[in-house]
Design a protein around this ligand. Structure first.
Ligand code: ATP
Length: 241
């Protein structure tokens, strides 16, 4: 792999002396979609926090397109959009106003046309651009967050449980959007429990087990992944504990 978009090497990290990541090695290339699966508490969200610079490694190295989140968290975060399971927005503002405000805060102010174009590209209906987000569904909120990432032109997306609570149609729409982002060269690291969804969109699936990658499986051939074999591995993750 040339320079990975996301790179963790032999990372040990945790909270208040409690070790969570124990020798994590993970690399995601530009234009690659990587799904990270694993049991509750395996350290998936901690891995995302590592790249954002919210959790600092006690050993090993972390890089976001060459930037070290420990030394310069702002440089790392400029390259990233983090989309949590429940996207927080300013409820009394419209989708368009949320983007305008958040882009201004990021020092990347854009005009209305560019904002509308980003929201449309993220799949939000034009009729919703000017509506208060208070009434938005989870899927619509996610589109606003992805619209923001598109407007910021970030090369890396971190997604935490993006499809939990989405109906099948919204999930399929979301998968298509990820496919398009991948084609644009965006690196995507998604944390999920949705094995089928992961098999649908990911280039590689990694199983995190007690803070390290137990196994990585790459898509190959027309079938991409052997989902039954993946399920067996997923269901037994953690049994070696
Ligand atoms: P899940 O699938 O349940 O979301 P996960 O794999 O994302 O799990 P993490 O959220 O990374 O797991 O949590 C790993 C462990 O670290 C858990 O035991 C959790 O309780 C603990 N932990 C997470 N965040 C903190 C924190 N801010 N302070 C202390 N402990 C934390």
């Amino acid at each position: 792999m040339a320079q990975p978009a996301l790179h963790a090497q032999a990372v040990e990290a945790g909270y208040a002396g409690r070790s969570i990541l124990r020798g994590l090695d993970l690399a995601v290339a530009p234009g690659e979609t990587y799904a990270l699966l694993g049991a509750n508490g395996a350290g998936k969200t901690t891995t995302l926090s590592l790249f954002l610079g919210f959790v600092q490694p006690t050993r090993g190295q972390v890089r976001v397109l060459g930037a070290d989140p420990v030394v310069d968290a702002a440089a790392a975060r400029r390259q990233l959009a983090y989309i949590p399971e429940n996207v927080a927005l300013y409820e009394h503002l419209s989708a368009r106003e949320n983007l305008a405000y958040l882009l201004d805060l990021a020092g990347q102010g854009l005009g209305r046309d560019a904002i509308d174009a980003a929201l449309a590209r993220a799949g939000l209906d034009a009729a919703a651009h000017g509506r208060r987000v208070a009434g938005f569904s989870k899927g619509m909120r996610q589109k606003v967050a992805i619209g923001l990432a598109l407007a910021r032109r970030v090369p890396v997306l971190l997604l935490d449980e993006p499809t939990s609570g989405l109906d099948p149609q919204a999930t399929a729409e979301f998968s298509r959007l990820l496919g398009w982002l991948r084609g644009e060269g965006v690196a995507i690291l998604m944390v999920t429990h949705d094995l089928l969804g992961a098999a649908d969109v990911a280039d590689r699936i990694g199983f995190l087990d007690q803070g390290r990658l137990r196994e990585e499986v790459a898509a190959s051939g027309a079938e991409r992944f052997d989902v039954r074999a993946l399920h067996r591995r997923y269901a037994t993750a953690g049994e070696s504990a």
